[in-house]
Design a protein around this ligand. Structure first.
Ligand code: SF4
Ligand code: SF4
Length: 397
């Protein structure tokens, strides 16, 4: 970690791009400030007290700083290594990260929770619980809960060798992200690809990785590497999960370890763009805004291909929201754990949509969508917010 941190020349060019620095204008809330704090902890100059830990934890892992850094500081790696170091100083941190993500690795229980919430929402009991728990973390989580669909197991498709595209559905792919999964399956089939969603796949482990429990995260990566061992392409739909799967491949390569996915992670948009069959799409007279999640804009960088595919829909006007360098504030569990800050970060996006009325908003990360649905609802602007694959699939002939 120290070596990576030492690449920072403290030029400050990243500061104007950092959303947390824009909120508070505090050096400790900037990439340069956080790197200096991590260096001071690593060298034993300071002990991580509450204020220091807080400043590091406020980072959204948006990696806007990494994108603009002239010294190529790999801030994403540095942040995860910093979290692991903080967990060494305070072991309960890693335990907490594992506890928060525990349910995500148990598909049957997960489905049970989604179904229970679906029924409670229909019976109006979530609204009652929300008012009883107002002000608590659970109350905030319930307030942010969108209307859930009935949780269903994803369709599995044809296993390899016929199903050459492995579909990573993620831990929310049978709950809030199920329309995105179904949309991607319809699009891949229409484009002439055979796909398969292996039953043995696991949650990606990003929450543990960013919470200092890297060992548990890498176990999840290994389970997924085994589940997708036979596929020639691997497509993941939520940009946050995809970024971590891609990082796992890159960091293994740079450490001379075998990359778990062996460079087979492929953007859905690249597959649709270069598909064996052209998509047949019906016209849509719609104005569509696209919010690019940080992980898509700063890590995956596949937005140009995605926009080129979306703009094939005749009659539709597809534009990226004019909010520069912003992060919506979802950032893993940040929108539940630091709701007030997350709302401040989402405010410019809500304002942009109020000033530029559209028919729907598209966003390729499930966490960002959940947060934006709630922010728009609170602002009295209940727009449909969908994964781009869901919308594009709805225009198939
Ligand atoms: S732009 Fe890069 S080198 Fe400059 S302060 Fe930021 S992280 Fe350090
Ligand atoms: S990752 Fe984002 S929030 Fe964190 S320091 Fe970099 S720009 Fe700021």
């Amino acid at each position: 970690m120290q070596q990576e941190a030492d690449r920072c020349v403290k030029c400050g060019l990243c500061l104007p791009h950092c959303p947390t620095y824009a909120l508070d204008r505090e050096e400790s809330e900037s990439p340069r400030g956080r790197i200096a704090l991590l260096q001071a902890i690593a060298s034993g100059q300071v002990q991580p007290d509450e204020a220091i830990t807080h400043a590091i934890d406020d980072c959204l892992s948006c990696r806007a700083c990494e994108r603009v850094c002239p010294a190529d500081v790999r801030y994403g790696q540095l942040f995860d290594a910093g979290q692991a170091m903080l967990a060494e100083h305070a072991p309960p941190r890693a335990r907490l990260a594992r506890r928060k993500a525990w349910l995500l690795h148990h598909p049957t229980l997960r489905r049970g929770v989604f179904r229970a919430l679906f029924l409670l929402q229909r019976l109006g009991m979530v609204a009652i619980a929300r008012s009883l728990l107002a002000g608590t973390r659970l109350g905030v989580a319930l307030r942010r809960l969108p209307t859930l669909p009935w949780a269903r197991r994803p369709r599995r498709g044809a296993p390899p060798p016929q199903g050459q595209v492995g579909l990573f559905t993620g831990c929310l792919g049978e709950g809030p992200d199920q329309h995105a999964v179904r949309g991607a399956q319809q699009l891949l089939s229409a484009a002439g690809w055979r796909w398969h969603a292996p039953r043995s796949q696991d949650c990606c482990g990003a929450l543990e990785q960013h919470g200092g429990a890297g060992g548990t995260a890498h176990q999840a990566i290994q389970r997924n590497a085994n589940a997708f061992a036979e596929h020639t392409h691997i497509v993941s739909l939520a940009s946050g999960c995809t970024a971590w799967l891609q990082d796992a491949d890159h960091s293994a390569s740079s450490d001379d370890r075998p990359p778990p996915f062996n460079g087979r992670l492929t953007s859905l948009w690249a597959l649709l763009h270069d598909a064996p069959q052209a998509l047949r799409l019906v016209a849509r007279d719609e104005r569509v805004a696209v919010w690019l999640p940080c992980t898509q804009r700063n890590v995956l960088r596949d937005e140009r291909t995605m926009l080129a595919v979306l703009r094939q829909v005749p009659g539709a006007r597809v534009d990226v929201l004019p909010v520069m360098d912003g992060c919506c504030g979802a950032a893993g569990l940040h929108f539940l754990e630091q709701a007030e800050r997350a709302d401040r970060l989402a405010a410019p996006i809500v304002r942009a949509l109020q000033e530029n009325p559209v028919d729907r908003l598209l966003c390729a990360n499930v966490g960002c969508r959940l947060h934006l649905i709630s922010a728009l609802r609170e602002a009295g602007l209940p727009l449909p917010v969908e994964h781009p694959a869901q919308w594009l699939a709805s225009t198939l002939h």
